[in-house]
Design a protein around this ligand. Sequence first.
Ligand SMILES: [Mn+2]
Length: 314
Amino acid sequence: MANFDVFNGDADGILSLLQLRLASPTPSTLVTGYKRDINLLSRVDAGANDNVVVLDISMRSNKKDLVRILQNGARVLYIDHHNSGEIPVYDNLEAIINTSPEMCTAMLVDAYLDGAYRAWAVTAAFGDNFPKLAWRKSVGYDLPLESLQRLGRLINYNSYGSSLSDLLYEPSELYSILLNYEDPMLFLKDNGAIIDSLEEQYNQDMLLAEKSKTLDLTKLGKILILENSAGSRRISGVFGNVLSQKYPSMAHAILTHKDNGYMVSIRAPISLGVGSDELAIQFVSGGGRPAAAGINFLHNDDLESFIRAFRKAF
Ligand SMILES: [Mn+2]
C-alpha cells in the first residue's frame, strides 16, 4: 500500500496537508511544485490499495489523470476550491469541492477535522487572500492575527515563480519543516531565519512590482505589465492580492513578460468576488477560481483578445 500526498505548493496547499498529517501522521510520497505547477496527478502512479490525497489543485486540470487513478482502483480524497468542471462519480472518490468565493482549501480541511488546527487554517486563509474568512474563523480563538497574516503571506509568496529555481524554498521542503509544529507561533520561534529571508526577498520583489507599467485602465479594471525577471514572476500573484485589497471595487490583471508572451494573474474585484476563472479558461493554459485565476502562457498574438475579454468580464 502506498500513500501519495498531492498538494499545491502555495500556503493553502501546504497548510491543508499540514493539518491532515498532523491529525493522522502517515508516511507518504509528496507530490507538489511551484504554484502554477498544477498538473500534479500526471506524476502519480497509484492503483488498488493505494491512497491518494489531492489538495488545492483544480480537478478540471487534472481530470484525465484523476479518472485513470480511480479506474486503477486507488482511493482518492480530493479537497479543493477551484473551478472543477464536472466531478466524476466513483465509489473510491471522496470529493469535497466548494467553489464559493470566500472559501479556501485549508478551511475545508479545517471543517473536515472539526477545527483541530484552526491557527494553521487561519494562516492559510490569510495566505490565499481571504482576510475576512481568516478573521471570521478566528473569533473566540485568541490568535496572534498579525503574525499569522505575515506568515501566511510569506509562505504563499514563496510558491510563486515559473520554475522551482525561482523559489527560495522548495514547497516540499518547507512543508517538511512545518510538519514539526502544531502551533504556528512555535514554528516562527524556531525558524525566524526562514521567514526573515522570505520577507527580505518579498520586499525587494515588491520594489520591482511598484515599477510596473499600466497597459489598460478603465473605471472597473486595470491591466499592468511587469518586466521579465524572476522577481516579477515571484511577486505577480501576491502583487495582485495587494492591489485587490487596496482597490476592492477594481479588477486587476498582472502580466509578466515571458519569451513571446506573458504569464497572467487575474484578480476579480473583491466587491464582486467572481469572474476570474471564467475569464482565464477562455485561454488554453488558464484556470483558477472565481476570485483569483491565472493564465500560464498568453501568446503575444492573444494580447488584444485578452484585453477585450478582460473588459467584458469586469
Ligand atoms: Mn487555494
